[in-house]
Ligand binder design. Structure first.
Ligand SMILES: [Zn+2]
Length: 165
């Protein structure tokens, strides 16, 4: 028996709908196996009438009967998987990016304040170290910063408050 015949055999057409009497999922949506793959009957009916759908397509019922599979009572919509998988906020990414990194800024000509962030305390606050260096320019300051950050990474200080601002 073909698919359309299998469906016809399991629908109740007595009330103007095509109510599915076969197996249903937890939401009352009719489901059936096509070539061993479980799918919704609505989807199968839609494809029989209108052609193949992609996995981004969703077939909904418009008449309010969740088990209805009458093609005239179905509508198809396209879901956008890109919006559903969108990451919540950039905060976590920024923290990861800055992990173990350093910042520097020129306090006054030739004097640079270096800030190194390395790890977190047990209460979740970032562990920061500060150092003021004399440097004749941004390149020298960046070299100082790199050495500050790396020395800091090697000589890990486990107790809080040793090198606070
Ligand atoms: Zn219906």
């Amino acid at each position: 028996m073909d698919t359309a015949g299998r469906i016809r055999r399991k629908v109740d057409v007595s009330r103007g709908h095509h109510l599915w009497t076969g197996s249903k999922d937890a939401f009352g949506n009719g489901q059936m196996r096509i070539n061993g793959k479980l799918t919704t009957v609505r989807r199968v009916v839609w494809e029989l009438h209108h052609g193949p759908l992609t996995s981004n397509h969703r077939v909904d019922v418009t008449c309010g009967e969740s088990s209805c599979v009458r093609s005239a009572h179905l509508s198809v919509s396209e879901t956008n998987s890109r919006t559903t998988s969108k990451q919540p906020a950039g905060k976590q990414h920024r923290v990861q990016h800055r992990k173990g990194a350093g910042n520097m800024r020129e306090r006054r000509p030739g004097v640079w304040e270096l800030t190194a962030t390395a790890g977190k305390y047990s209460d979740g606050t970032s562990r920061r170290m500060y150092r003021t260096v004399h440097a004749d320019g941004a390149v020298t300051a960046a070299a100082e910063l790199a050495s500050f950050v790396s020395s800091f990474a090697v000589n890990r200080v486990s107790r809080r408050g040793i090198c606070g601002a």
